[in-house]
Design a protein around this ligand. Structure first.
Ligand code: 5AD
Ligand code: SF4
Length: 443
């Protein structure tokens, strides 16, 4: 989401004459886009700002002005406190107000400490600025498209409902128009994003609400778009039409990020996840029945307040049972203003560290096993960019694995049939099969 938001800010600033600087030291404007989800991400902002203050002072000596903007969820949550902690900051802007960046920067010319963390009364999507085709091409053959923002779930550990506000969905035809423009500029894959993307219920022409599955059917009809992905989902919003889409929509990739957070019913209840362990297992079964080769990915939190060794064991067991192709895992981080931060049975740091290490060992094993299983198989790979070495190109498998191979950069944007010859760490290495057109393209 922050990568996407950063692009949106660049799109808003481009008509004002701003272009990306090659080096930080040359920048007249530095926008620090921030994340508030865990304490470490939040605190990093202030150490980064310390460095930027030094840079600003250095440039000032040479007669150059530097504006510093703090954007993102730390800006939203901390507001004016940021000016207090770091005087070098000129503008603090929350995620709902990026369309006002040009105006805020103009105001910052004459006054110090310009703040905008208002939640707009109108839709979050009304002010999206279309990126220029050149900007799209520079970003490559896969693109994020925002379809939904905000969250009404209120998991007790999570700041998102407070920093990103209430759920809101973008109308179908607005999204389709953006996807058509992206496709015209060479984009082959769209990743539909939202904090709670499968709660999508955007308006169709005529006013009725479309499900995410209906939206994907519309986007699947856009010429040039070969692949669709969506992220991030809540298990509670995986409705029957969305599960069916994994069977019926050929452009929807067989990879699903479906956070579960914990395998213990007691912890899930205290997290206010609104699903049980059995619900998740049943759901994974339904999704696999619809799309047998689907790769599942998830998010996990260890050391949530009150988590016993038994609760943690239940998470490991769930992982053994489901088997994930990849995952993100975190130590619980108490966030100010969230209910879980007030619970008194917080888990000691040493216990969190130890549990995270055991969890990640298991998840890594599963990821490597999943990657090794690909050796000898032929996968459709969307070529995205030149590889690290000369003569190499890199792309993604349907399961979101990076795949490297020898080949010409002219193939960027093609979907190539690739025989996987080895798997190392997170990457696969393969041999393109030029004689065979990609199966995906034939569908
Ligand atoms: N502590 C640790 N992890 C968190 N996440 C969200 N809030 C917290 C927190 N307070 C994790 C969840 C979520 C992912 C985006 O970040 O696993 O799915
Ligand atoms: Fe946070 Fe996701 Fe829960 Fe919403 S559903 S509160 S974004 S963890």
């Amino acid at each position: 989401m922050n990568v996407y938001d950063a692009q949106r800010m660049a799109d808003v600033l481009a008509p004002e004459g701003y272009a990306a600087a090659a080096h930080l030291e040359e920048a007249d404007l530095v926008v620090l886009n921030t994340c508030h989800i865990r304490e470490r991400a939040s605190e990093k902002v202030f150490s980064e700002l310390g460095k930027l203050r030094a840079l600003k002072a250095e440039r000032a000596k040479a007669g150059q002005e530097t504006k510093i903007v703090v954007a993102g969820c730390v800006a939203q949550a901390e507001g004016a406190e940021i000016f207090r902690r770091q005087k070098a900051v000129d503008v603090v802007v929350g995620p709902q107000s990026y369309h006002r960046l040009p105006e805020l920067l103009r105001r910052a010319e004459s006054s110090r400490a310009v703040l905008d963390t208002d939640f707009p009364a109108v839709s979050k999507f009304d002010h999206l600025v279309a990126p220029a085709p050149a900007a799209i091409r520079k970003r490559g053959v896969t693109a994020f498209v925002t379809v939904q923002e905000g969250c009404d779930k209120f998991c007790t550990f999570c700041v998102v409902p407070y920093t990103r506000g209430a759920e809101d969905s973008r109308p179908v035809e607005d999204i389709a128009a953006e996807v058509e423009m992206l496709a015209a500029a060479g984009v082959r894959e769209v990743n539909l994003i939202g904090q709670n993307v499968n709660a999508y219920h955007g308006q169709m022409q005529g006013g009725a609400a479309a499900s995410l599955a209906a939206l994907m059917a519309r986007i699947g009809s856009v010429p040039g778009i070969a692949r669709i992905r969506y992220t991030t989902s809540h298990p509670g919003d995986m409705d029957a039409s969305l599960i069916r889409a994994h069977r019926d929509q050929p452009k929807l990739m067989p990879f699903l990020h479906l956070p579960v957070q914990s395998g213990s019913n007691a912890i899930l209840a205290r997290m206010n996840r609104k699903h049980t362990r059995a619900d998740y297992i049943a759901l994974a079964g339904e999704i696999r029945a619809a799309r047998p080769d689907i790769a599942l990915s998830s998010d996990f939190i260890v050391g949530f307040p009150g988590e016993t060794e038994e609760d943690f064991g239940a998470t490991l067991e769930l992982i053994e049972h489901i088997v994930f192709a990849s995952a993100f895992s975190f130590k619980y981080s108490p966030r100010p203003g969230t209910p879980a931060a007030e619970l008194d049975d917080q888990i000691p740091e040493a216990v969190k560290v130890e549990r995270l290490s055991r969890l990640q060992t298991l998840l890594d094993q599963q990821r490597y096993a999943f990657n090794r299983k690909m050796v000898g198989r032929v996968l459709d790979v969307l070529i995205e960019k030149p590889g690290r070495h000369k003569g190499q190109i890199a792309g993604k498998s349907p399961y979101l694995q990076p795949v490297l191979m020898d080949g010409s950069a002219e193939r960027i944007g093609e979907i190539v049939s690739v025989e996987i010859v080895s798997a190392e760490g997170n990457s696969l290495f393969g041999r393109p099969l030029p004689e065979q057109p990609a199966r995906e393209a034939l569908r």
